[in-house]
Design a protein around this ligand. Structure first.
Ligand SMILES: *Cc1c(COP(=O)(O)O)cnc(C)c1O
Length: 460
């Protein structure tokens, strides 16, 4: 008999979780104004809000923390990280930053100006925010297949080369400071980009003289999907795949809170000495001196170790496998989810679970609240609340999809926790006819309203 899969680690430190009663949760969510961001973490049993900075560090990472060198300049921990970035990613230059958006801020300060165009696959919110804040435009060139949640495509993060070339021919070269490939593509659901697409995009960018960068938060998860789904790479190691991926780009911004499995940190890596000199000034201005960039020495040391662990095949098999496991449990119970399951999260199609709730009453948020009430599980709405209002008309923008995202932290929960989450959603599906109304807004901020919005039941 072939032996079954088992996690390539055991658990040394545990943190107790509190189970609550439905009555307690009804009270707490009401006090939180029906916004899950307002809950205290001890009011949550299983927290699937995000996979960002929520991973469990290994004992190797914790021992690196103890050996962190806190020198202001020339820290040994910096050189440890530099060594890993050089060797693993093949990038000669880098600056540490306190997280991913800080790397974006440093890079874009150096190269993006008003009126510029920045094409790529679907840009992440903070990336888009940093581009639009500079009065430039982010252009989404993701393949059309990514928009159909029921369609199977192995690489829904791919860039459509015709769409990309159309941007290159419509605008002069000086107006396009870079093209960004987000791996995996968070906005389209943690969907990977194929090596062939990375090669093709890189060649096209070269032809037009445009630099190409990775938004690299989940580069290792992307490499795992390349190994699993791209014929040419079945026998390649994750490290070789990672090395080849980076060989096609001029640099990368990284949120290390994802695939480097640290609680805080990021970096900006590049090939060009000239660009490094330019970004150095902004790093010092916004983040800190070049050898610490807004982080403690111990954070740099844990990141160096986490980058290596994040590229381990057996770890990735457990990680991606757990996300796929939850996706499969839900599909088996008839709960409609995005296909195929992405690298870091399962997306439940709230329009199909609660078709009788009007979109004006926030279907995905209603489902997120029900999931909390049912079992103390916190997911996150990716729907109308997040899509916010049109900046000109101030009308609500209704996106094509109303999704409930269940984001799985790395090495934190067991498959029993996944089964618990699936059972909660199954119960909701069975009693959905008793959910007769959604929510309405009582207070909202002018931008990024989903973080602070206040709601009440629409029937009140
Ligand atoms: C999380 C993330 C960022 C931003 O990184 P932070 O560390 O949260 O600042 C940028 N891009 C992608 C794809 C991300 O997932």
């Amino acid at each position: 008999m072939e032996l079954p899969f088992a996690e390539p680690y055991k658990i040394k430190v545990t943190e107790p979780l509190h189970r609550s009663t439905r009555e307690e949760r009804e009270q707490w969510i009401k006090e939180a104004k029906y916004n899950l961001f307002n809950l205290r973490s001890d009011q949550v049993f299983i927290d699937l809000l995000t996979d960002s900075g929520t991973g469990a560090m290994s004992h190797h990472q914790w021992s690196e923390m103890m050996m962190g060198d806190e020198s202001y300049a020339g820290s040994a921990s910096y050189f440890k990280l530099k060594e890993v970035i050089n060797r693993l990613l093949g990038m000669p230059y880098f600056v540490p930053t306190h997280q991913g958006r800080a790397a974006e801020n440093v890079l874009f300060s150096a190269i993006i100006k008003e009126g510029d165009m920045v094409p790529g696959n679907a840009h992440f919110d903070t990336t888009k925010g940093h581009i639009e804040y500079r009065r430039a435009t982010a252009i989404d060139c993701t393949i059309d297949e990514a928009g159909d949640t029921t369609l199977y495509h192995p690489f829904k993060g791919n860039i459509d080369l015709d769409k990309l070339e159309a941007v290159f021919t419509a605008h002069p070269r000086e107006k396009i400071p870079l093209c960004i490939i987000t791996v995996t593509c968070n906005t389209s659901g943690g969907q990977p980009v194929s090596m062939q697409n990375i090669r093709d995009v890189s060649a096209l960018c070269k032809k037009y003289g445009i630099p190409v960068f990775f938004d690299a938060a989940r580069f290792a998860e992307n490499a795992f999907f390349i190994k699993m789904r791209e014929e040419e790479f079945v026998n390649h190691s994750i490290r070789d795949i990672v090395h080849e991926m980076y060989s096609y780009v001029d640099g990368a911004t990284m949120s290390s809170k994802k695939d480097a499995i640290v609680n805080i940190g990021g970096f900006l890596a590049c090939r060009s000495k000239e660009l490094f000199d330019k970004i150095s000034m902004y790093c010092i201005l916004y983040e800190g001196y070049l050898t610490y960039g807004g982080l403690a020495g111990r954070d740099l040391a844990a990141m160096a170790q986490g980058l290596k662990e994040g590229c381990d095949y057996h770890y990735l098999e457990a990680r991606i496998g757990q996300v796929a496991y939850l996706g499969q449990l839900l599909k088996d119970k008839g709960i409609p989810c995005q296909e195929p399951t992405g690298g870091h999260a399962v997306f439940v199609d709230a329009k199909k679970v609660l078709p009788h709730i009007p979109k004006e009453e926030f279907q995905a948020q209603t489902l997120a609240i029900e999931l909390y009430l049912e079992g103390g599980v916190r997911g996150v709405e990716i729907g109308t609340l997040l899509a916010d209002r049109d900046p000109v008309s101030r009308e609500n923008r209704y996106p094509k999809l109303e999704l409930l995202r269940l984001t799985i932290p790395r090495r934190v929960y067991t498959n029993n926790h996944m089964a618990y989450v699936a059972a909660c959603l199954e119960n909701i599906l069975q009693r959905r006819d008793t959910i007769t109304s959604g929510y309405r807004i009582t207070k909202e901020a002018p931008i990024m309203r989903h973080f602070t919005v206040e709601l009440e039941p629409a029937t009140m």
